[in-house]
Design a protein around this ligand. Sequence first.
Ligand SMILES: Nc1ncnc2c1ncn2[C@@H]1O[C@H](COP(=O)(O)OP(=O)(O)OP(=O)(O)O)[C@@H](O)[C@H]1O
Length: 230
Amino acid sequence: MLEISDLRVGYGRTTVVHGVDVKVGTGEIVAVMGHNGAGKTTLLRAAVGLLPVETGTIRLGGEDVTRAKPHRRVRLGLAYVPQGQQSFGQLTTRENLQLVADTFGAAGTARMNEALDLFPALKSLLTRRAGLLSGGQRQQLAIARALIVGPKIMLLDEPTEGIQPSVVGEIEDAIVQLAGSGMSVLLVEQHIGFALDACARYYVLESGRVSTQGAGGAANESDVRSAMAL
Ligand SMILES: Nc1ncnc2c1ncn2[C@@H]1O[C@H](COP(=O)(O)OP(=O)(O)OP(=O)(O)O)[C@@H](O)[C@H]1O
């Protein structure tokens, strides 16, 4: 579904990601881990088309999108949920969702209802302003909004960061459920236990390079922890 090959990308003259390969198959959860500043967000932003690539290729659904604009990638089924639980704080939960749903007609409404079924906690918060939601609720709203677009692959940047533990499990369950329904997920995640449990494959980034990679599964937790020197 997504194939990133030998990617080099950075800011101005500073290269931050140095020749990284990442592959996400259909319905797979693939985890990217690493310390702060390792280049995880930079990798995702390049995949979305928000940063120009220095060298390397990005293929999405078989199409070379290395130089494609973000909207082309969205049309091919890419959704991106950045760090920080972004939403329109002055709008209600429903308005935040409706804004996206309205651009897709009946399909948008159907997907909005599916997203609310995935995050039932949002149903009782539809009239609350997003700015008044908790961090966890705002994260659920951000993922729900991205789902209304009908993506084939979702890029999630630390979806459980700074979120109350009671909601973390709900978000993790939703990610697993989405992959179970055939959606691919590229997940930047600091919760190593969950990432390894859920993922088909993981990559550890260190100073913009893949230092360790392997198949998911709890057996690899010590490899990841030692790669990250935890
Ligand atoms: N807009 C920017 N301009 C210049 N340098 C940047 C910019 N954004 C990030 N960087 C630098 O790129 C490097 C990688 O940052 P990035 O945000 O990709 O790391 P990360 O692994 O996602 O870290 P975190 O876990 O803190 O989000 C860091 O050295 C950071 O300072």
